[in-house]
Write a protein that binds this ligand. Structure first.
Ligand code: FE2
Length: 176
């Protein structure tokens, strides 16, 4: 449960959040720092994926069902709960309307796509892929991400960080 929560779900969420800054920041330092953090986080997710992929086939059906239900609940929260409800309340703005706007915004669509790109293939890969999980991801609009190669994605995070590093060295060399 700890690896599932931390290495798969939370660090998957972290990768999605860092990726936004790595790929979209106009500040080169912010982009580089996040590329390096992602290189590290990708290793943590890979660790969880390898550990659970070997271990989860040994679970009983009841144990697997519990983990699948937890994953579904957690994913619904990650999909829908980053809506800053308390901020809108505090500001005295019409909460339902604000959440509705945010829910359909491009920012939110991109966040969800980054998030589920990270989580869905990994969840499939570790064998939490019963009918309830598949139905839930379909209802979240996230089932298509199951086709993504989770390991290739993590390898790519490492490569992007190395590219950042190479460019930085080149700049240092040319400055010298
Ligand atoms: Fe980590």
């Amino acid at each position: 449960m700890t690896y599932l929560t931390m290495q798969i779900l939370i660090e998957g969420l972290a990768l999605a959040a860092f990726q936004r800054i790595r790929d979209q920041s106009k500040n080169p330092l912010a982009a580089a720092v996040n590329a390096y953090v992602m290189q590290d986080e990708a290793r943590h997710v890979a660790f969880g994926r390898l550990a659970l992929r070997d271990y989860y086939p040994q679970l009983t059906d009841a144990e697997r069902a519990e983990r699948e239900e937890f994953t579904v609940q957690a994913c619904w929260h990650m999909r829908d709960r980053f809506n800053q409800k308390e901020v809108w309340e505090r500001l005295g703005l019409p909460v339902d309307e604000c959440i509705e706007i945010l829910d359909h915004s491009e920012t939110m669509q991109l966040f969800r796509s980054r998030l589920f790109t990270r989580i869905v293939p990994t969840v499939k890969d570790i064998g939490l892929w019963g009918p309830k999980v598949q139905e839930a991801f379909a209802a979240m609009g996230a089932i298509e991400f199951a086709k993504i190669d989770a390991a290739a994605l993590l390898d790519n995070d490492a490569r992007v960080a190395e590219d950042f590093d190479a460019k930085m060295r080149l700049k240092d060399a040319s400055a010298a």
